[in-house]
Write a protein that binds this ligand. Structure first.
Ligand code: PLP
Length: 352
């Protein structure tokens, strides 16, 4: 088998892909493909409704929150968040890595960004110290799991402003207490389904009518499909969520992800050749694990060595290099075991 360690688009459950393939020509024996159906058809409306219900069940999302199915990726949310939630024109951001920085850059076009904390001092090897007090800002934004740097927040102290989180790389991989947040958003292409779908979960009292182009206003998307959504992506996402429910839900996904990541971290911590990039054990990601031999040439040799053995996409993000294993929900424990064995084989001189 091939094990895909890509950070995104990431690996999806094989049974779901098989089911999608079998249904693609004729959805539920209708004679037409799901991708040929109107998004206003009863069959598709049912898919979208089920997707929302499953997400609400899996993440314990109460009715006081709206669930929106948008496009534009997490990247469009870097702008939609300040456009829609900015009232005073002052927003606080925690800078924990590359994606936070991009969110900050886009937000600064819409008002004043208050830097509430940053972990640049440790080159993003830790998460920022939580700010003691935040005042006179519309919200505090953070990246809950840092896909590139491999860190995550494990505690969210009380704050008196709404929290907004980019959860692109850890949604449905571990429990997220939605009610701690005013808004969370995620691109679907890691743990939810194909690219093209972006999930936004927003507390209803934060949705206000704004003088914005219609697509860019959250208020226009609440409890309705404003325009044609990424129908194929919604369909596959609904099937992935059904798979997660059948496998035991988010708590079971988290248990598996802890087991997988603990195994890999242990192998990296005890290896004489490889080492984990994140040494602070209190903030290590369960889903994205960057590592290195400390030498670019050896890292690249290992990447190729692993690729020849069916372990693909182990290269680090192009901005940081090195190696990275993403362990999303569909990655079985067996894939991690194979990676560890391959590291040991390489270490014992298999690469010479
Ligand atoms: N935020 C995080 C945490 C990510 O990991 C990514 C993508 O990899 C993005 C944002 C960008 O997402 P998109 O490509 O959906 O715009």
């Amino acid at each position: 088998p091939t094990y895909n360690f890509s950070a995104g688009p990431g690996m999806l459950p094989a049974p779901v892909l098989e089911e999608v393939q079998s249904q693609l020509l004729s959805y539920k024996e209708s004679g037409v493909s799901i991708v040929e159906m109107s998004h206003r058809s009863s069959a598709f409306i049912e898919v979208a409704r089920e997707l929302e219900h499953r997400l609400r069940r899996l993440m314990h999302i109460p009715d006081t929150y709206a669930v929106l199915f948008l496009q534009g990726g997490a990247t469009l949310q870097f702008s939609m968040v300040p456009m829609n939630l900015g009232k005073s024109g002052r927003f606080a951001y925690l800078d924990s890595g590359t994606w936070s920085k991009k969110a900050i850059q886009d937000a600064s076009r819409f008002g004043d960004v208050v830097l509430a904390g940053s972990s640049t001092a440790t080159t993003y090897g830790t998460i920022p110290v939580w700010p003691e007090s935040i005042q006179d800002v519309d919200y505090l934004h953070l990246t809950l799991n840092n896909t590139i740097e491999g860190t995550r927040y494990t505690a969210l102290p009380e704050t008196n402003v709404p929290l907004v989180a980019d959860v692109s790389s850890n949604i449905l991989a571990e429990a997220i207490d939605v009610e701690r947040f005013g808004l969370i958003y995620a691109g679907a292409q890691k743990n939810i389904g194909p690219a093209g779908l972006t999930l936004v979960v927003i507390r209803r009292d934060l949705i206000v009518e704004r003088d914005l182009p219609s697509y860019l206003a959250y208020s226009k998307h609440v409890d309705t499909l404003l325009n044609t959504p990424a129908t194929f992506s919604l369909y596959v996402a609904e099937r992935v969520l059904a798979w997660i429910e059948a496998e035991g839900g988010v708590s079971e996904m988290e248990r598996r992800n802890r087991e997988k990541s603990e195994r890999l971290y242990h192998a990296l911590d005890t290896s004489s050749l490889f080492r984990p990039i994140v040494t602070d054990t209190t903030c290590r990601s369960l889903t994205n694990i960057p590592f290195t031999t400390g030498d670019d040439v050896t890292d690249e040799a290992f990447r190729k060595f692993a690729e020849m053995r069916g372990l693909i996409e182990l290269g680090g993000h192009r901005s940081v290099g090195g190696l990275r294993a993403s362990l999303y929900n569909a990655m079985p424990l067996e894939g991690v075991n194979r990676l560890i064995e391959t590291m040991q084989e390489f270490e014992q001189g298999g690469h010479d």
